[in-house]
Design a binder for this molecule. Structure first.
Ligand SMILES: [Ca+2]
Ligand SMILES: [Ca+2]
Ligand SMILES: [Ca+2]
Ligand SMILES: [Ca+2]
Length: 374
């Protein structure tokens, strides 16, 4: 054996070359098996029921765009058939997003309504995928989380205490904040089962009438209702904001460092053992408002009591931490820490329950008003 091997020694480089060629040949090509990779998508129109007056809600002839994020330039547009299905064939392996964005004439062409939806697909298997894409319209009235300013102002001392959440009353009726809760959540398994902060407005949930919000009114909930341009120690942050006149501020009586502006009412921590302020992540987080009838948080917050939920993440490939029924997407892609950037709905109260579609990134926060409506 030794002799044979020695004789073969000069051939070894050639053999390695041959083996490496074989390996290249045996590597699965991205084109391999493309004939089997099919995607069937049904447009789920459940949320559009009111437009169809009990008729069968099938949207045919609707363009659905499919983009492959692993291979730049690979995208297809196909149209739904008479049964509401769209079919993509000969697909490459990859991570895809299918999306719909059209102005649909529900009322005999008199006017159109924006219909949007999107869904991600991981296509790596050879068996055809059959699934749904839920389309929605904006228009559920009510109180909305309109803006979340979380990035912090430009500074090099890690200052982000000027964070705030802005609410907006998108309904034609007065709503009341009495007893409502504002929560921060971690990744959830079922519904809203992972509450990490819970702060509550004063008053009686549902029946209270002490804290009205008129139709079209904005409400600013500050982490601290102080002037953040002039911060303690004499430092100034010229790009921060004065929240002295915020409508509300988060206060945790168990946090001895928390400030309490006597002129601004408090949303108070009700979570036992939590000693921090309502500080939210500069990268990814989930904010929820609910009517407060379920404020027992260890088992989560009942879905029926939830008023609005927004998930945000600066990362475009973020893996969602809550289910589609709460928020089908996420806002905030590209928001940079300590940039003064903010996220706000494209129009006051615009809400399709998909924050990817509903929100835009702003270069500066807009407390108490809407960008473009100053
Ligand atoms: Ca505070
Ligand atoms: Ca106060
Ligand atoms: Ca509960
Ligand atoms: Ca705003």
């Amino acid at each position: 054996m030794v002799k044979v091997c020695k004789k073969l020694l000069p051939l070894i480089p050639f053999m390695i070359f041959l083996i490496s060629c074989m390996e290249v040949d045996e590597k699965p090509s991205i084109y391999e098996g493309t004939q089997e990779k099919h995607l069937f998508v049904y447009l789920d129109t459940t949320s559009l029921g009111k437009f169809f007056a009990g008729q069968s809600a099938i949207l045919s002839g609707i363009p659905v765009d499919l983009i492959n994020f692993d291979y730049v330039g690979f995208n297809q547009t196909k149209y739904t058939n008479d049964s509401g299905w769209v079919f993509f064939d000969s697909l490459l392996n990859g991570y895809y997003i299918a999306s719909v964005g059209i102005d649909y004439p529900f009322n005999n062409d008199l006017d159109t309504t924006r219909v949007t939806g999107q869904r991600e697909f991981y296509i790596y298997q050879d068996t055809p995928i059959k699934d749904t894409l839920t389309v929605r319209v904006s228009g559920n009235p009510g109180l909305k989380i309109n803006e979340i300013y979380y990035a912090g102002p430009p500074n090099n001392i890690f200052y982000f205490y000027d964070q705030y959440i802005e609410l907006y009353n998108a309904s034609p009726d007065t709503v009341y904040l009495d007893g409502m809760i504002v929560c921060r959540m971690g990744p959830c398994t079922i519904g809203a089962d992972n509450v990490t902060y819970i702060f509550q407005f004063p008053g009686e949930p549902i029946t209270g009438r002490e804290y009205p919000v008129e139709p079209g009114q904005f409400v600013v909930l500050a982490q601290d209702a102080v002037n953040h341009v002039i911060i303690q120690g004499g430092n100034t942050l010229v790009n921060s904001i004065d929240l002295t006149h915020a409508d509300w501020e988060f206060v945790n009586p168990q946090d001895y460092a928390d400030t309490d502006n006597p002129n601004v009412p408090n949303i108070v921590d009700i979570q036992e053992g939590h000693r921090g302020d309502f500080m939210i992540s500069l990268g990814s987080d989930i904010i929820l408002i609910a009517d407060g009838t379920d404020s027992y948080y260890p088992d989560g917050i009942d879905i029926e009591t939830i008023i609005d939920v927004v998930e945000y993440s600066s990362i475009s490939t973020h893996i969602k931490d809550i289910t589609e029924e709460l928020d089908a997407g996420w806002a905030g892609v590209g928001v940079i820490r300590y940039s003064g950037q903010s996220i706000e709905r494209i129009e006051p109260g615009f809400d399709t329950d998909n924050s990817t579609i509903d929100f835009v990134k702003l270069d500066a926060p807009t407390p108490g008003y809407h960008h473009g409506h100053e």
